[in-house]
Design a protein around this ligand. Structure first.
Ligand SMILES: NC(=O)c1ccc[n+]([C@@H]2O[C@H](COP(=O)([O-])OP(=O)(O)OC[C@H]3O[C@@H](n4cnc5c(N)ncnc54)[C@H](O)[C@@H]3O)[C@@H](O)[C@H]2O)c1
Length: 411
């Protein structure tokens, strides 16, 4: 897609880990290139926004461009103002773009409010946790001719696009059995996670397992049909309890089965920011076929003279150059690249394209319906199976891993 200049402002709601690691660098790079207008960031605490503005990695990469801090002048640094985003929304011209990066259970409310304020939305995954909420969001967006893109960045990893292309060309035959794992590092428990990663709200499968469910659909086009999730309850550092370890079995419409294991347990001393990968066994042309992705070890191994600093920093490391990378390419600061950057960028650019290429509500709806059908960008309607899986997974995990059939309307 050719890059076009625009002065459309972008608001980011949420100033946590994903904002720091992926979203803000992407938006600031787009701002630097003139692809978007001013970037502003709000959160429920002034402290988080200020910390993001001061973050050493961002300051080093972007000495030439920054974001507007939307602070609540009546609140102390650490005072919680969960409705402050409304103030930020009110200051945004209609049909701009909002990126929503708050904890999962707030997505529904905040995405709906963004739509009601006539904003296009890019929401981090999972969009919402229930099918009915995804339908609600779809209907609100359709009525107003607004794009909602769900940020499943594994879709923009070249290996996913390669697999999708080859699978759909018939080179693997049909998927039958597979396994996937994504274990985040142990120290996640010590972060803000302990405030929201509680058993009543979410679990390791819903938090990160959804990536591989989405990917199997993205590659194969198959839809999931039932899910069973067994979770192990464990203590968070603040004394709350969460399903920090999960084992899921996802069944597919053709009878295939994917086992997905997730946890916040990958040792801080182990190399790489996490461990993850997927293996699919398929029928091939009657002789079997295999698709095997190591999504953590991407061919780079370093042993440093001393351990890296920060939580999860190790002396022996296996960094991924593919998800997110700052590059020094001359000029001021650093240029972020990788599939995390391409993913956020793609959604924001598609929202801008909807505005650029349509001159009426009907035209916007037509273009958004086309984006839906293409199935590259995840939308509420073309990725609703993810909400169905999340919903069934929550029911299953609270019922000791009972098999729950999925119920969701076809597109
Ligand atoms: N691989 C991925 O796609 C990926 C990775 C990480 C996180 N995420 C998703 O991103 C979201 C945020 O995760 P995170 O890791 O950044 O969490 P985090 O806890 O580090 O950050 C959440 C942020 O939201 C803010 N927030 C909470 N309530 C708010 C409110 N009412 N108004 C405004 N801001 C509010 C918090 O203050 C914090 O700044 C979650 O939905 C998570 O599932 C996706």
């Amino acid at each position: 897609m050719p890059t076009q200049r625009s002065d459309t402002p972008v608001l980011l709601i949420g100033a946590g880990m994903i904002a720091h690691d992926q979203i803000v660098p992407t938006l600031l790079q787009m701002r630097r290139e003139g692809v978007i207008g001013r970037v502003s960031v709000c959160s429920q605490r002034n402290r988080s926004v200020r910390a993001l503005a001061q973050a050493p990695a961002l300051r080093r990469a972007f000495p030439d461009v920054g974001f507007d801090q939307v602070l609540d002048s009546s609140a102390g640094a650490n005072e919680r103002r969960p409705d402050h985003y409304r103030h930020a929304l009110a200051g945004l011209p209609e049909r701009s773009v909002v990126v929503v990066a708050v904890p999962d259970q707030l997505h529904r409310k905040i995405v709906l409010e963004c739509l009601r304020a006539n904003q296009h939305v890019c929401c981090v995954k999972p969009l919402v946790l229930r099918v009915e909420h995804s339908l609600e969001i779809e209907s609100e967006a359709r009525d107003r001719g607004l794009l909602v893109g769900v940020e499943y960045h594994k879709r923009f990893d070249p290996r996913s696009l390669m697999a999708r292309d080859r699978y759909r060309a018939g080179q693997f035959g049909e998927f039958r059995l597979g396994c996937a794992r994504l274990m985040e590092k142990w120290h996640y428990r010590d972060s803000n996670f302990q405030n929201w990663f509680t058993a009543d709200a979410t679990d390791s499968f819903v938090y990160i397992g959804c990536h591989y469910v989405d990917l199997v659909h993205f590659v194969t086009g198959l839809l999931p049909s039932a899910v069973s999730v067994y979770g192990v309850l464990d203590d968070l550092p603040n004394g709350r309890r969460g399903y920090l370890w999960t084992d899921a079995r996802v069944l597919w419409e053709n009878g295939a089965c994917l086992n997905v294991q997730n946890s916040l347990s990958y040792p801080d001393a182990a190399p790489g920011p996490n461990t993850q990968g997927m293996t699919l066994y398929c029928t091939g042309g009657g002789r079997g076929a295999l698709l095997d992705h190591s999504d953590q070890y991407r061919g780079i191994a370093y042993s440093f003279g001393a351990p890296s600093s920060g939580p999860g920093g190790t002396q022996y490391a296996q960094p991924s150059p593919d998800y997110f990378l700052y590059q020094h390419l001359g000029g001021p600061g650093l240029v972020p690249t990788g599939y995390g950057v391409r993913s956020v960028r793609h959604i924001v650019q598609e929202a801008l394209r909807v505005e650029r290429e349509s001159s009426s509500l009907e035209e916007r709806r037509r273009l958004i319906a086309k984006i839906d059908r293409e199935g590259i960008l995840a939308t509420p309607s073309n990725s609703r199976y993810n909400e169905a899986v999340c919903e069934a997974a929550r029911e299953s995990i609270l019922n000791k891993g009972a098999l729950v059939e999925l119920a969701f309307p076809a597109d």
